[in-house]
Write a new protein. Structure first.
Length: 154
């Protein structure tokens, strides 16, 4: 039997992230320095609390009137994620269904384990990984960031 590739086989570890309390200018500098368009946002306890993009940081509608804009003011709070042990095809379907460019990889406690993007999947295919389906797998639909718990299923 051929083993179906798991997210851990293709994901990128050592992900560039920003903290929720970082000011927007500092976060934009991090994104520019690493030549990326977005990054996960971590809260005080190292848990994922959102994602932020260059577009989010430039959108003046998020600007609080009485202080400098922080990442937590601009970030998207619903995060689509998978687990490292999930089949790669689950991450592919999630990115297609939700029309997102990357899926975060989280541990069961909501901490960041990595990130998977279409290029990671293509690299796996080019290296001969079996990106077949595993119909019994259950995705992490999103991380409910208000309660910091993982919500499974649809």
């Amino acid at each position: 039997m051929v083993r179906v590739a798991r997210v851990s086989d293709v994901m990128t570890e050592g992900v560039v992230f920003v903290h929720a309390e970082t000011d927007a200018r500092g976060a934009a500098e991090v994104l520019a320095r690493h030549r990326i368009n977005g990054a996960p946002v971590l809260g005080k306890h190292g848990r994922v609390v959102g994602v932020v993009s260059k577009t989010d940081l430039l959108d003046s509608r998020h600007q609080p009137p009485d202080r400098e804009m922080l990442v937590e003011d601009a970030m998207t709070r619903v995060v689509f994620a998978v687990r490292a042990e999930d089949p790669v095809m689950l991450a592919v379907r999630l990115m297609i269904d939700e029309e997102i460019h990357r899926a975060l990889v989280v541990n069961d406690d909501g901490t960041l384990a990595g990130i998977v993007a279409p290029m990671d999947v293509l690299r796996g295919l080019a290296n001969g990984l079996n990106i077949g389906d595993a119909p019994d797998a259950e995705p992490v639909s999103f991380v409910d960031l208000r309660k910091l718990r993982i919500v499974r299923g649809n």
